[in-house]
Design a protein around this ligand. Structure first.
Ligand SMILES: [Zn+2]
Length: 306
């Protein structure tokens, strides 16, 4: 028994040593990394109903801005980011096998359909309800890319780590813009806290947190980062006091992980320049409302005759 345990221990130690050596080798293999590694593409939508979306995103230079914001990160290879059609599936993902990020028109269309008609009670302007979720989805997927390409260890769920990377990037922006981004992104997760939610156990088995959990996690990190700027969220009951109590330490833990694991992969002077800029459109900017598709064009398999 004792011999077996010792043997097992030796195997474990050997495995850890090997893993460490492999990780070190992988790190060496991925060097040198360089900045400005994001490539972008707006693919032509397959669904004619998404053409307005395509035109708006191109005109607003959404991907060019994402590319510039992510330019300070050193990466070992080019990472393409594309907006593309996904055959009706509302999806956004980092494709590990190809080391690329894709965000579907169908996903962005859902963001659009969820837009408030006017500024909401917690202060989310319609334009922020677009920009916040867009920033969040690109930053989240980029979090997966960073973790993958730099072999960054993750204790806990990969999806939570990607959410944390996204929140930290939003919080690096100018304070007022960070607030607008966070609130806009939180709106996307759940714009209605009053609704009672019922779950089947299997609904809780996903790799992502539920929208409500992601909402509270995001607000908690924001409040933990800046109790003055986000204090009203607790006062108004959007973030329950029981959770808020420990948000400062939750943020400090996330900031520590970010500083140790992510920051070394950023060019600091370029990052100061990029994150020191102002990115948000004017808060009063009314987002274009997309025309409702004709019933006949809703079928993606119908070839366009125009
Ligand atoms: Zn993810």
């Amino acid at each position: 028994m004792k011999i077996a345990s010792t043997a097992s221990l030796q195997v474990i130690v050997a495995a850890i040593t090997l893993a460490t050596a492999t990780a070190a080798a992988a790190e060496t293999a991925t060097l040198p990394s360089s900045t400005h590694q994001i490539a972008i593409a707006y693919e032509k939508p397959k669904n004619a109903a998404h053409e307005h979306l395509h035109d708006f995103l191109v005109q607003a230079r959404v991907l060019e801005q994402v590319q510039e914001i992510l330019s300070p990160f050193r990466l070992p290879k080019r990472v393409p980011i594309s907006i593309e059609s996904c055959d009706g599936e509302s999806d956004a993902r980092y494709v590990y096998s190809e080391a690329r990020i894709k965000v579907c028109y169908e996903y962005i269309d859902e963001i659009w359909k969820d837009l408030p008609t006017e500024t909401t009670a917690p202060g989310v302007a319609p334009i922020d309800a677009i920009v916040g979720p867009l920033a969040d989805v690109f930053f989240h997927e980029f979090g997966h890319a960073l973790i993958d390409l730099h072999n960054i260890p993750v204790l806990g769920r990969d999806e939570y780590a990607a959410d944390t990377v996204s929140a930290m990037l939003m919080l690096l922006m100018a304070k007022d813009e960070a607030r607008r981004l966070i609130m806009g992104a939180a709106y996307w997760y759940t714009d209605d806290l009053e609704t009672t939610v019922t779950f089947k156990p299997s609904d809780l088995s996903g790799v992502h947190g539920t929208p409500h959990q992601r909402f509270f996690n995001l607000l908690c990190l924001a409040y933990g980062a800046n109790q003055e700027m986000f204090g009203d969220l607790v006062e108004k009951g959007f973030l329950p006091e029981e959770r808020a109590e420990d948000c400062k330490s939750e943020f400090q833990q996330a900031a520590h992980a970010f500083n140790v694991l992510i920051r070394p992969h950023m060019d600091q002077s370029l990052a100061s320049e990029v994150f020191g800029k102002r990115w948000m459109p004017d808060v009063s900017l009314e987002p274009p409302r997309l025309p409702k598709p004709e019933p006949s064009t809703a079928d993606v398999s119908t070839p366009s005759t125009n």
